[in-house]
Design a binder for this molecule. Structure first.
Ligand code: TA6
Length: 298
């Protein structure tokens, strides 16, 4: 039976929990129910936390797994049905959930793991400019792997259309040496070339700024890191799209919360429902977007 230690910590303006077991350490912020870091014993960090992260209320931390909901990215780039849900003025990038305080419903040991449950009560009619009634919960399970499941349940009496993502930042030894497997042959949207649709040849390597939406994704994607001799695996459900991002040199310099060379040590694979994979929730309907993250030596 694994034993877990739970400590509360303050990072800048953010309330956080540090959870330690003999297998791993996890840091989670109340704001955004955001995992900030995850490291397995005897390995380099698996999720990346920026050296220059800013821990401020109302601003998502450049780290871990921000939850993008009820839209992903620039709202104007979303299907009309997602845009029509928002009645506010300036729509913040990546939705409304990542920079608000969630409520911790509980932390409990289940079998050999730990289950942490959060809810965003404001999603039931109190989000600015988004007058819909959705019960939104995030369950984090820390066991042999780290699993996240974001569940939306339409409590209202009209349909709700969402895009969403678990915008995961992975730590790598050197992004120029890393590759993503599982995307071979997939169609993708190249957002950096006028959102042109293209087809991936072979695994994805990194040689410049990358910001792509992969379509019809398989359940498992992996990151091969030859220098750290590690393969990170992501197994998803409730998703047929994934966004892969690295800001590279110039974009990293523009980001106040990323070191100029921070791009070398991270890459994002975001388990998503975007583009033609957005979710329509009929009244009473539920959807869950889930990813389980693990690693193995290679
Ligand atoms: O997921 C890729 C992306 O949408 C990029 O275009 C990039 O802007 C990134 O997310 C980070 O966005 P943020 O709002 O957190 O700076």
């Amino acid at each position: 039976m694994a034993t877990f230690k739970v400590d509360t910590e303050q990072h800048g303006e953010l309330n956080c929990w540090r959870i330690t077991s003999e297998r791993a350490e996890l840091l989670i912020a109340q704001q955004g129910a955001q995992i900030l870091s995850y490291q397995r014993v005897g390995e380099p960090p698996l999720l990346w936390l920026s050296d220059q992260a800013i821990f401020r209320q109302g601003k998502s931390v450049r780290a871990g797994v921000p939850v993008c909901w009820p839209w992903f990215g620039n709202l104007q780039r979303n299907p009309q049905a997602v845009q029509a849900m928002y009645r506010g003025e300036q729509a913040p990038a990546h939705g409304l959930a990542r920079a608000r305080d969630w409520q911790l419903l509980g932390i409990e040991e289940v079998g050999d793991g730990l289950r942490i449950e959060f809810e965003l009560p404001e999603a039931q009619g109190d989000l600015p400019g988004w007058p819909h009634d959705v019960q939104l919960k995030l369950v984090v399970e820390l066991g042999e792997r780290l699993a996240l499941s974001l569940t939306s349940r339409n409590m209202g009496n009209t349909p709700v259309t969402l895009s969403q993502a678990l915008h995961s930042y992975f730590a790598v030894s050197d992004v120029c040496q890393a590759r993503v497997e599982g995307v071979e042959g997939l169609g993708y949207i190249e957002t950096l070339a006028d959102w042109e649709q293209r087809q991936q040849q072979g695994p994805l390597g990194f040689a410049g700024e990358t910001d792509r939406i992969y379509l019809a994704t398989p359940h498992t994607l992996s990151i091969v890191d030859p220098h750290w001799q590690r393969r990170i695996t992501l197994t998803s459900s409730g998703s047929r799209s994934a966004v892969i991002w690295n800001p590279w040199t110039e974009r990293a310099q523009e980001l106040a919360d990323m070191a100029d060379d921070g791009w070398q040590r991270m890459l994002c694979i975001e388990t998503a429902n975007v583009w033609d994979d957005v979710v329509e929730l009929k009244p009473g309907a539920t959807c869950s977007l889930s990813v389980s993250i693990g690693s193995e030596a290679i």
